[in-house]
Design a protein around this ligand. Structure first.
Ligand code: ATP
Length: 735
């Protein structure tokens, strides 16, 4: 059985040493002390009666109430933190002797720092604190370690590195991965293996107890950097990025706010899948969204985002016709920097032509020269985005004629003048150009020989609405909006920013982009404008670049968007997700094509990958049987991965007929529930399952092309413990 049952009180890893106290007895005593302190502090916190009972909906009226509410919020946070800490107060211990000390101090590392209320002693050190970094960076090569403190580098000696598993306040396991002076300790990180063999539920989890040194370097990288992480499938990129956010918020609490951080991920279901990690790390308030959802907000209802479902099905289908190839090429162009240059040219032309070539004459005899108006526009308000410049200049023109009016005769004559002036002002203002992102973009597309359909033209609702309106005798009030694809959004937003600037709530202190290989340079360019600090965590895997029509083929495309000294590139080559057998199988698929880095497994062996030929008539039943067997072997989460959404239906029905409770997942899915799922490979990206069954792995569904290899690679690398591949007829040449 794969499930790793843990017996309380086992000490499997360290070599016994008669001179040392029994690790289990020692740690049990220590745990008891810490739990006693936590319980006492919790009781104290809970006994404090407050006015607001933590209800933020009650609006504070007076200064005292505001203060009381703030105190209550703090108390509630403390209670929450202590309650969590009581469950698992710490997970590691490092005995460290600084160079100026003469005995090692045991440092207990946990998710939250804790002090004893009675003595003021530090019971637990927050994993993000500088001193805790040694727990991750110390790998046992040599016995010295160092960390950066506010007073400079502190060096010293490590005596012990110990992993301690505590669940529900009970000590489960003690594993020493380093004991000074002892030889023959296991080379592999036993505790890491123990964690990796666990079966997963439907959520990504935190990894604070087993962060690896190469991951820790990324988590603790400086704040004002754009870091780009190329990581093989399962190397912990998503997890590391989330831990980095928790670290940044801890380390730079004075400078960063969670509300000004944002995570971009490929779809709503993936966001749901990762939604537990930050709360587990005690972090709330960070916005998590998709690029499309975020970009649509400032664009308002000027455009309608076309449902990508049909297009994805065609693009990931097995027949690639000319129309698909053309659409892909257009999408690629729309995300390129060359396209940004075209957008810039149109913005410049708009800027030059915005001011009408005429004086403003509010009434005969009064003239505001075009040159004066132009100088306001080109010099005084130059720093403002175009739309604001227009508004400011026009407001000034208005103020000017109102001042002039004051200097004119009063009474009836003045009122007639006012009327004329205001009419002429309106017609003058109408002569100004229209700095609208949509109008500009439509002009750009027309120049490029591309088109943008409207709801009506595409038969999306518009025609139905009109028909309904004619039946009822009413006129359709809704205008038909242009339909845009996701790759239009970056360009539209790019123009919107140039024309309107950026609202305060859309300026970020830090931006995380997951699955960034599917982002275009233009998307990054737009996000850069929203993050003046240039603080980015950009992560992805080129081998999983399945949306090639919008993505990149080299990370240089992103790195060159940032100044050299403000960006850094990291590479993660070890895969923590899958067994050695699965990784080797997936590597063979992807390394048939040049330029891909094979993943290195953590030494974790499992069952061989099963590749089965199935009679075509039996394939749906065979998949259902495979799922049933895998469940019997202990797999909690199982995925049946098909090439397209349409392919999923018969497999889903076969599972239902076999009495297996399964979810059929399509592109509109918002939540991931775990259990058994049937889904197209491209929607499985980013997720993981105890077992994966890849169906239809025949020569037609997966040809010998780099893009099919990437798709199959994504599918294979979703599996933690079991991978079964089924085909009928001729097997894919990639297998
Ligand atoms: N240091 C670690 N300790 C324990 N588990 C880890 C560690 N690093 C990664 N993992 C586990 O490996 C799995 C993969 O992590 P994650 O999904 O973050 O990887 P990824 O690089 O984003 O993968 P992909 O690109 O395939 O989506 C998760 O189950 C995660 O918990």
């Amino acid at each position: 059985m794969l499930n790793h049952e843990v017996e309380t009180g086992t000490v499997p890893a360290s070599v016994p040493d008669e001179t040392r106290p029994d690790p289990v007895v020692e740690e049990r005593d220590r745990l008891q002390q810490v739990l006693t302190s936590i319980t006492r502090q919790l009781e104290k916190l809970q006994s404090i009666s407050t006015q607001f009972d933590g209800d933020d909906d009650v609006e504070a009226q007076t200064a005292d109430e505001v203060a009381a509410q703030a105190v209550e919020r703090l108390r509630a946070e403390q209670v929450q933190m202590m309650t969590r800490a009581r469950h698992e107060p710490y997970f590691g211990r490092l005995d460290f002797e600084a160079a100026d000390e003469n005995a090692p101090t045991p440092l207990y590392i946990g998710k939250f720092g804790l002090e004893d209320d009675a003595t003021g002693d530090r019971l637990v050190i927050d994993w993000r604190a500088p001193v805790a970094s040694m727990f991750y960076s110390f790998t046992g090569q040599g016995d010295t370690a160092a960390y950066e403190s506010p007073d400079g580098t502190i060096e010293g000696r490590v005596y012990l590195k110990r992993n301690i598993a505590i669940r529900n306040s009970v000590l489960q396991r003690v594993v020493d991965s380093y004991v000074r002076g002892q030889a023959n300790l296991p080379v592999t990180d036993e505790f890491l293996l123990y964690r990796l063999t666990e079966h997963k539920d439907n959520r990504l989890r935190d990894i604070v107890s087993t962060i690896q040194a190469e991951q820790d370097r990324i988590i603790r990288a400086e704040r004002n950097l754009a870091i780009v992480i190329q990581g093989v499938a399962g190397s912990g990129k998503t997890t590391v990025a989330l831990h980095r956010l928790a670290y940044l918020l801890y380390q730079y609490k004075e400078k960063l706010r969670a509300e000004r951080m944002i995570i971009f991920a490929p779809n709503a279901m993936f966001l749901d899948y990762i939604s537990e990690v930050l709360p587990e790390l005690g972090v709330g308030g960070i916005r998590q969204t998709t690029f499309a959802a975020w970009a649509m907000e400032p664009l308002g209802d000027t455009v309608k985002l076309r449902n990508a479902k049909r297009r994805l099905e065609r693009w990931f289908g097995i027949v690639e016709d000319e129309a698909v190839a053309r659409e892909r090429a257009i999408a690629q162009r729309k995300g390129s920097l060359a396209f940004a240059a075209v957008l810039d040219a149109h913005v410049r032309a708009c800027e030059e032509n915005l001011v009408p070539s005429q004086d403003f004459v509010p009434w005969e005899g009064a003239v505001l020269k075009e040159t004066v108006i132009r100088s306001w526009y080109t010099a005084e308000y130059r720093h403002l985005p175009l739309a604001q410049r227009k508004a400011r200049v026009l407001a000034r023109v208005k103020r000017w004629y109102e001042m002039e009016l004051k200097n004119q005769v009063s009474g009836q004559a003045a009122s007639a003048l006012r009327k004329t002036a205001s009419q002429r002002y309106r017609s003058y203002a109408a002569k100004w150009g229209d700095p609208s992102a949509l109008a500009l973009y439509q002009a750009v597309l027309a120049d490029e020989g591309m088109e943008m359909p409207t709801e009506d033209a595409a038969g999306h609702g518009g025609n139905r609405r009109k028909a309904a309106a004619s039946r009822t005798g009413t006129r359709s009030r809704g205008h038909s909006r242009p339909l845009v694809e996701t790759e239009d959004l970056a360009a539209l937003l790019y123009l919107h920013v140039k024309l309107h600037g950026i609202d305060a709530e859309n300026r970020f202190d830090h931006v995380v982009i997951d699955e960034a290989q599917d982002f275009s340079p233009l998307q990054i360019e737009v996000l850069k404008a929203h993050c003046p600090t240039g603080s980015f965590t950009i992560l992805g895997d080129l081998a999983q670049s399945i949306h090639t029509y919008q993505g990149i083929s080299s990370w240089d495309s992103f790195l060159e968007l940032f100044p050299k000294d403000a960006s850094r590139y990291f590479q993660l080559d070890v895969s923590y997700r899958s067994t050695t057998e699965i990784i080797e199988f997936a590597n063979r698929i992807i390394t048939r094509f040049p330029g891909f880095i094979p993943a290195r497994p953590v030494f974790r062996s499992g069952d061989p990958v099963r590749v089965d030929e199935i009679a075509a008539d039996d394939r749906f039943c065979a998949a259902a049987q495979a799922v049933a067997e895998l469940q019997q072997q202990g797999a909690n989460t199982v995925a049946v991965l098909c090439r397209t959404e349409a392919d999923c239906e018969p497999y889903y029905r076969a599972l239902a007929d076999a009495g297996i409770d399964a979810q059929q997942i399509d592109a509109s899915r918002q939540q991931y529930h775990g259990g058994v799922s049937v889904l197209p490979v491209y929607l499985a990206k980013g997720l993981e399952f105890d077992a994966v069954v890849i169906v239809d792995a025949d020569a037609l569904h997966y040809r010998e092309t780099a893009s099919d290899a990437r798709l199959l690679y994504v599918g294979c690398t979703r599996a933690l413990h079991h991978l079964w591949v089924q085909y009928s007829g001729k097997p894919s040449p990639l297998l």
